[in-house]
Design a protein around this ligand. Sequence first.
Ligand SMILES: [Zn+2]
Ligand SMILES: [Zn+2]
Length: 275
Amino acid sequence: MEAVELYRKANKNTESARLLAEIAQKLQEKRAPPLMIKKIYVLAAFEIDSYKQRVFDASMTQITSGGNTADATAKTLNSLITTDINSSADKALSNPWKGAEAIHYYLLCQRQLYQKEYNRAMKTAIRLIEYEKELDTREVYSLIALASYYNKCYKECSKAFVKLERMPNTTKEVREKFESIALALFSRHSPVDAPQVKFPCPKKGCDAQVSEYDTNCQRCGSFYSACIASGQSIVVKEYYTCKTCKHKAMLKELDYLSLKHCPLCHAVVQPQTKS
Ligand SMILES: [Zn+2]
Ligand SMILES: [Zn+2]
C-alpha cells in the first residue's frame, strides 16, 4: 500500500492501478471481506480514469483549433487513449471497473436474497454471468440456481444445475450432491418458468419483445447496461449517470432505495443532474 501511495504522488496512475488490482486479486484468493476488495478495485479504477483524463487534458491544451474541429479532435483523442490502454494486455487497465462491478453485483445479489427480493435477486444473479472470470463460475451459477428457485423460475434454475453438474474439475462426490438436490427440487416442481414481464426492445427500429431477465436483445444485439442500484437491465429513459464513475442507475430504483450515494463508488448523488 505504501508503494501505491508513492506511485500516486508521482502521478504514475497506471502503476498504482496495476498494483491495487493485484492486491485486490490476492485478497480475493484469500477470501478477504468482499466489501474491502471492492473498495480497492474502485480505487484502481479511479487511478485509470484520472490517468485517461490527464493524458486527455495535456493533449487538448496543445490543440488550438475551435468549434467542431476541437470536438472531433477530442473524440479521436479519447478513443486513441482508450486503444492505447486496451492494447496493453493487462485486464485491470483495459477494463478497470470490471473487478469492482463483479463484487458489487455479487454483494447486491446476496443482499436481495436475504431481503427476499427474489425477482431483483434473479436479475442481478443473471447479470453476474458477465463476471465469471472475475468471480468463481460455481459461485455465479449457485446464486442463479438459488435466486431463480425462490423466484419460481424453475427452468432457469434447472439450467443452472446442469451447468453446475457439468463444470470441469467437479469431483464425482460434488456432482452427485448437485444431482440429488436437483432431483429433490424437480420432482416437486416441473422445470417451467413463472410468467415473465415482457417489454419492447428500446432500440429504435427493433420490434423484439424481451424478457425482464434479458441483458441483451437476441434480435438486434443491443446490450442493456445494468442498473447499479438494482442489478436489472436499464430499458427506460429515466436513469441517473454517476458523475464520478459514469455508471447508471434507474431513477425509480434510486428513489426506492432512497440512495444519497452512488452504490458503486460512493460519490454523492447530485439531484440536479437527474435527467
Ligand atoms: Zn432489439
Ligand atoms: Zn459512482
